[in-house]
Design a protein around this ligand. Sequence first.
Ligand SMILES: [Fe+2]
Ligand SMILES: [Fe+2]
Length: 209
Amino acid sequence: MNPHPTLRVIRDEHGALAAVLRSIGLLLSQSRRRELDSEFAMLRAMLFYIDEFPEQVHHTKETQLLFPALRARSAEAAEVLDRLDRDHERSEHAVRELEHELLGLEMMKDAADHADRRARFESHMQDYIAAYLEHIRVEEVEVLPLAERVLTHADWATLDAAFMKNRDPLTHRDADDAYRPLFKSILMSLPAPLGLGPAIDAIHDARSR
Ligand SMILES: [Fe+2]
Ligand SMILES: [Fe+2]
């Protein structure tokens, strides 16, 4: 049986986001012993993407549509949904902080505390990546299977209509043209082993355009 479009969209968006997060970690560890000069633009683009889509669009659809539908059908996941909602709130602030810290590193390259700033940014970035990958794991292992068990046809019809709109441009083939160059450059930069399923498809798609 085909999965509901809502579940497909969520899993595709998780795949693309996980690929970007792992790429950021890899970029940082590969450039550990030197200045980040050539990586600033790519790191800025990737954080901007996370801020713009996973944080604003993906989280909003989960918190405002999927989680309330689940709460209405089952009390089973109330605790985990509360925790995931708190994660959504926290991580929206965290990504803005990271964008600011990265800008600080770039603008204050000659400052005496540059090494401390860089260590702080890397540590916050690694915490953010680990927390986000765990958040995705919990949603995929606990929340999506529960949704498949308890939601009704009417629930899915409402969710599917909403989730097919405003999709993540990394996974959506007909992304908003205004964002296409930015996301194409991110896709081209993802190292091959990190290209998870949907991201790999999207890379092939972007390259063939
Ligand atoms: Fe989430
Ligand atoms: Fe999610």
